[in-house]
Design a protein around this ligand. Structure first.
Ligand code: FBP
Length: 272
């Protein structure tokens, strides 16, 4: 499908890698995520900074794209995520993301890709699979690539594997994403290059992007992690807190770009 291929290419440079800024946290975690650098709660302010610094794409929910999408330059890919949940929900309902927008909404907002989360292994896996299938089927029909946030989580995983970041669990989620029709996968760090390489192999050619995770105290530690992802064959990273919770995101993004696109040593990249 030419449409899917052309739109995918808006995120990835010629090296097949991408650095994407994530900003759905005001919904998924609540505005407290922005309290470290409160001005970043304003999507226009943080978007201006990340775009100036050179990210390849941004990911957000439909409402933020509606109010701040005109900050995006044409060469920045827009990923619109159609599922989410708040942290205000009862604990037992935290393992389900609900659909909060439709493929048509994302298309009207100028999306280049449609994203949705699946919590593989959740008691609500069935609902999320169907939700993903519907979104993917419609998006594919219209020529739009679909990104799956393949996030295994649930009681059985903890019982059997100890933690959701066990590579066997992450690899399973990535493979399930491929087999359910994802064009790109976003998933957790497994703790080592060797194990992440297995996740990439299980994804059988579908690009695997790291899900950033909580801010590391030292910026260089996050650069090192991303470097391992790239060495493992990962296609880049989708990063939120590690960017917007830093006082000065621009030099940090420039360092990330050096690691993602130029294989630069993280310590060297951090110095510049
Ligand atoms: P981060 O880089 O801040 O981890 O952002 C990536 C992301 O997937 C966000 O899109 C999402 O809001 C958040 O992580 C979800 O994290 P979790 O479900 O682990 O709390």
């Amino acid at each position: 499908n030419v449409g899917i291929r052309r739109r995918m290419a808006r995120f990835f440079r010629r090296d097949g890698r991408a650095l994407i800024f994530a900003m759905d946290h005001g919904f998924e975690h609540g505005p407290t995520d922005f309290e470290e650098h409160w001005e970043h709660v304003n999507p226009r302010i943080i978007l201006r900074k990340v775009i100036r610094a050179g990210v390849d794409g941004v990911m957000m929910l439909p409402g933020l794209a509606r109010i701040a999408g005109d900050e995006l330059r044409p060469n920045v890919g827009l990923m619109i995520k159609l599922t989410s949940k708040t942290e205000l929900r009862p604990k037992d309902d935290q393992l389900l993301q609900s659909q909060l927008g439709f493929v048509e909404d994302a298309v009207k907002l100028g999306a280049d890709a449609i994203a949705a989360t699946v919590y593989w292994g959740s008691p609500a896996e069935d609902v999320m699979m169907r939700q993903f299938a519907e979104i993917a089927s419609y998006a594919h029909d219209l020529g739009f690539p679909v990104v799956q946030f393949a996030y295994p989580r649930g009681p059985y995983i903890n019982e059997r594997y100890g933690k959701k970041e066990d590579y066997r669990v992450v690899m399973y989620g990535a493979r399930a994403a491929v087999e359910s029709g994802a064009d790109m996968i976003k998933t957790y760090w497994t703790g080592s290059r060797e194990t992440f390489a297995k996740v990439v192999e299980a994804a059988a050619g579908v690009p695997v992007l790291l899900s950033g995770g909580a801010k590391t105290e030292k910026p260089v530690d996050f650069l090192k992690l991303v470097w391992e992802v790239i060495e493992a064959g990962g296609a880049g990273a989708v990063v939120g807190r590690n960017i917007f919770q830093r006082e000065n995101p621009e030099p940090f993004i420039k360092a990330l770009i050096k690691v993602v696109h130029r294989n630069e040593d993280p310590e060297e990249a951090a110095k510049a």
